[in-house]
Design a protein around this ligand. Structure first.
Ligand code: PEP
Length: 286
């Protein structure tokens, strides 16, 4: 663990109060990381769920519940068709909106696809790329994820690029190699300045939607390895800035311990993002 920055110690607001402490994970992490720049990003991946009215109801519930949250970045990623109405309903709030995919071309004869610029045009700020469901069900390669990452950055969207190993890869002891391959492939040709704008989501595939969450130590081990990969390919300044989220069965019960790890800078949340109380229990874990 890095040295504490004692410059901030005298003004700590959470001393000896475990409940308040839970609400100040970011401050504790900043203190021990000597890092004042990485805010937690909690993003909900709604996947292919909800109707228009249910999406708007969920967005409205979150808007109200999160209105006083000023120290955590929050985003929701509805199905593409609901991005625009959800973005409109969240306009002016502290909740950003993301998409779950884009196509990498700017425009043209690509039937059924949506460009990064189109999403940006309707109020989208983030896009999840290379989610394991797209890699494994739809056959997306890291090369394709790389083209999409470039396209997202050109359009001014923040890419949330997912990496993570299958159960058999973890059991074979190849987690770091797999993540390294996905990392190198997905970020090929991305400049240091653009890399700083990216978010990485470490999502062990065996933990997604299974209720089988990685232990905080398992998550931290891979997050620290990813940060080293960033430092090796870029430099320490970039590595210190890039946010690395954990994803895989995060809920209101396990979030606090995972988010407290020094290299975990937020969560990408599937199932628990579909209910206001559960999602807010991750934004504000007690
Ligand atoms: C996800 O889809 O990115 C995810 C982490 O899902 P869940 O939280 O349901 O495991």
């Amino acid at each position: 663990m890095k040295q504490a920055n004692f410059r901030y110690a005298p003004v700590l607001p959470f001393r000896a109060n475990p409940i308040t402490m839970g609400r100040h994970i970011h401050l504790i992490k900043q203190l021990f990381n000597n890092n004042m720049t990485r805010r937690l990003l909690i993003a909900g991946n709604w996947k292919m769920n909800l109707t228009l009215s249910a999406s708007l109801e969920l967005a409205d519930g979150l808007k109200q519940a999160a209105s006083s949250v000023a120290d955590v970045d929050i985003a929701v990623c509805p199905p593409s068709i609901y991005v625009q109405p959800v973005a409109a309903s969240l306009k002016g709030s502290n909740i950003g909106v993301g998409a779950q995919n884009i196509y990498f071309e700017k425009e043209g004869a690509f039937t059924g696809e949506i460009s990064a610029a189109m999403l940006k045009d309707v109020g989208c700020q983030y896009v999840i790329l290379g989610h394991s469901e797209r890699r494994n069900i739809l056959g997306e390669s890291s090369e394709l994820v790389n083209l999409k990452t470039h396209a997202a950055l050109v359009a001014g969207l923040t890419p949330i690029v997912c990496v993570g190993e299958l159960l058999k890869e973890r059991e074979a002891g190849t987690t770091e190699q797999v993540v390294r391959r996905q990392f190198d492939g997905s970020f090929s040709g991305i400049s240091a300045e653009d890399m700083k704008k990216c978010v990485i989501a470490y999502e062990p595939v065996w933990a997604i939607g299974t209720g089988k969450v990685a232990t905080p130590d398992q998550a931290e081990e891979v997050h620290a390895a990813i940060r080293k990969m960033i430092e090796k390919n870029y430099n320490k300044e970039v590595a210190d800035v890039v946010r690395i989220q954990y994803g895989g069965s995060v809920n209101d019960k396990n979030a606090k311990e995972i988010l407290a790890k020094p290299n975990v800078d937020g969560a990408l949340v599937g199932g628990a993002s579909l209910k206001v109380e559960l999602f807010m229990g991750i934004v504000r874990p007690v």
